[in-house]
Design a binder for this molecule. Structure first.
Ligand code: 5GP
Length: 136
């Protein structure tokens, strides 16, 4: 995996406002927050996208996400928030080291989402679910 700004933060070469750290996970404030309290949660394991992450690192992040979300809500005062996780440049990933955003929704501040939904066709749904289950 290519070097990223987050690798340098993990090595302590660049500063961050650290909120949480354990042997597998680091959480720090986003430098360009969408709202006050916008937090980034990253694995220490080098992986560009979630599909490349080990079960152990994924579990470590999953274990701490609820606690971090509670801290973000308590300190920001938000009662709503988004957890966003982008994979690949077309999906708006800018830093190619896995990261989860916890973004408080504070009035107009926070994540804005364009959500152009379709309608799942029953036959296609059955085919898709079957193919995905077989691909696991
Ligand atoms: P992405 O679009 O890849 O999901 O989001 C990358 C995030 O990393 C952005 O929200 C951006 O503000 C944040 N970011 C980029 N460089 C730095 C940095 O040097 N320090 C911190 N704390 N956040 C950064």
């Amino acid at each position: 995996m290519a070097e990223t700004i987050f690798s340098r933060i993990l090595r302590g070469e660049l500063p961050c406002h650290k909120v949480y750290e354990d042997d597998k996970v680091l959480a720090f404030l986003d430098i360009m927050p969408l709202s006050r309290g916008h937090l980034l949660v990253i694995p220490k394991e080098p992986a560009e996208t979630v599909d490349q992450l080990s079960d152990e690192s994924a579990a470590a992040i999953g274990r701490v996400l609820p606690r971090l979300a509670r801290a973000v809500m308590k300190v920001s005062g938000a009662t709503a928030y988004n957890i966003l996780q982008n994979n690949g440049a077309p999906a708006h990933q800018a830093v190619f080291h896995v990261h989860f955003h916890i973004i408080p929704k504070l009035g107009a501040d926070g994540l804005g989402i364009g959500w152009k939904s379709g309608r799942l066709d029953g036959a296609d749904g059955a085919a898709l679910a079957g193919e995905m289950a077989a691909a696991l």
